[in-house]
Design a protein around this ligand. Sequence first.
Ligand code: SF4
Length: 93
Amino acid sequence: MTEENAEEEDMLKWAKGYAKKQGWTLNTDEKQRGTVIRGLVRNKKKFGRPYCPCRIRSGDEEKDIAIECPCVYHKDEVTKEGHCHCNLYYKTA
Ligand code: SF4
């Protein structure tokens, strides 16, 4: 396993655990889910934090805490729309 794959595996494991804790599931579309996981790993490597790959960073660390996964918006989105903005977390049907 490459280092990159191992990091993606870890991120996926973490996201799965978080979803389970909330009583949600992860996107079952492997391709879409993989894109978000890769984006989170990329941001963590590049910026030191797993910023949401589907939102624009302001560059201001204080402000960008809001878009660190799991972002401050995701619970509302899952409740109202059934999934978070990135389509990573899904409300269980
Ligand atoms: S939208 Fe979803 S994937 Fe993106 S930061 Fe929020 S919880 Fe994470």
